[in-house]
Write a protein that binds this ligand. Structure first.
Ligand SMILES: [Zn+2]
Length: 220
């Protein structure tokens, strides 16, 4: 793999591994800070010189991403911090503001989404200071395979989950504390910027049941 870092290869998939890198271009892997907006704790992602975010580098991450409602700790999928790192690195190594990581099953049920990827330690709700949400959403959607990307324009974050066979994208117009509120026209939301038009959000719609929205997720 030459000097290609494992962390980005893991996050971006095989396509990245094939990308040529000039011999003079030495990869550097700056530390990236995760800031949890509920607990106000910080966790620094600091890849080793080879770009690995191995177990030693991730020690403490399970605690940092614990369910902030119950304090419960759960294993976190290795690809999740790799994706967060890759995204933050792409946007100039800005801090990642975490809204929610792991969510205890009871909390997932109470929020109306018992199948939440959060309760498996495979999802994170976040934003990046200074990066518009649509920009963040679009970058996630076009850059990574096997992920789910939820866009929460009124709650002010994006959701990403890892470990899917098929990608899943959705938009949820709920405000903080509200139940999920989906558009009446889900396919239209897939058009770039459609979800950002001022006419939305429209009237509350039934939560869609089609497969595309299998990964629907309550905002936190
Ligand atoms: Zn989420």
């Amino acid at each position: 793999m030459d000097r290609l870092a494992f962390v980005l290869a893991l996050a971006l998939g095989a396509a990245a591994a094939a990308a040529p890198r000039r011999a003079t271009q030495r990869p550097t892997w700056p530390a990236i800070t995760l800031e949890h907006l509920s607990t106000h704790e910080r966790f620094v992602l600091r890849p080793d010189p080879g770009g690995h975010l191995g177990a030693r580098r991730l020690r403490g991450l399970t605690r940092f991403l614990r369910c902030h409602h119950t304090g419960q700790i759960h294993a976190i999928a290795a690809r999740l911090p790799a994706v967060l790192y890759a995204v933050a690195h792409h946007f100039g190594d800005r801090a990642v503001e975490v809204i929610a990581g792991y969510r205890a099953p009871r909390i997932a049920r109470e929020k109306g989404n018992p199948k939440s990827h959060h309760k498996e330690g495979r999802a994170c709700d976040f934003r990046i200071d200074g990066v518009p949400l649509p920009t963040l959403r679009d970058y996630l959607r076009r850059s990574f395979g096997g992920i789910g990307v939820g866009y929460y324009p009124n709650a002010g974050f994006v959701h990403v989950d890892v470990g899917r066979k098929k990608r899943g994208f959705w938009t949820d117009y709920s405000s903080p504390g509200e139940k999920a509120r989906y558009t009446e026209d889900p396919p239209a939301d897939e058009r770039p910027n459609r979800a950002d038009e001022p006419s939305l959000p429209g009237p509350p719609a039934q939560a869609p049941t089609d497969e595309r929205h299998e990964g629907q997720d309550e905002q936190d």
